[in-house]
Design a protein around this ligand. Structure first.
Ligand SMILES: [Zn+2]
Length: 70
């Protein structure tokens, strides 16, 4: 079996891991309600996308209550 000749130094190990960091998600303000939302995603607080109501928040609340009861 092939075996590494030398132990990887902390410097080399950390250089390899320099790309593994997490980057912050890019939030944008919802044009309808002003809440922060992910770009190209439906707004989670008002259910709008592209200036149109896609999901009615009243229905969502009912569904959430049903889920919590069961
Ligand atoms: Zn919104």
């Amino acid at each position: 079996m092939a075996v590494p000749k030398r132990k990887t130094t902390p410097s080399k190990r950390n250089m390899r891991r320099s790309h593994l960091g997490l980057s912050a998600s890019n939030f944008v303000e919802c044009p309808n309600c002003g809440e922060l939302k992910l770009s190209h995603h439906i707004c989670s607080s008002c259910g709008f996308y592209n200036k149109k109501s896609i999901v009615s928040m009243e229905n969502l609340d009912e569904n959430n209550e049903l889920d919590s009861d069961s």
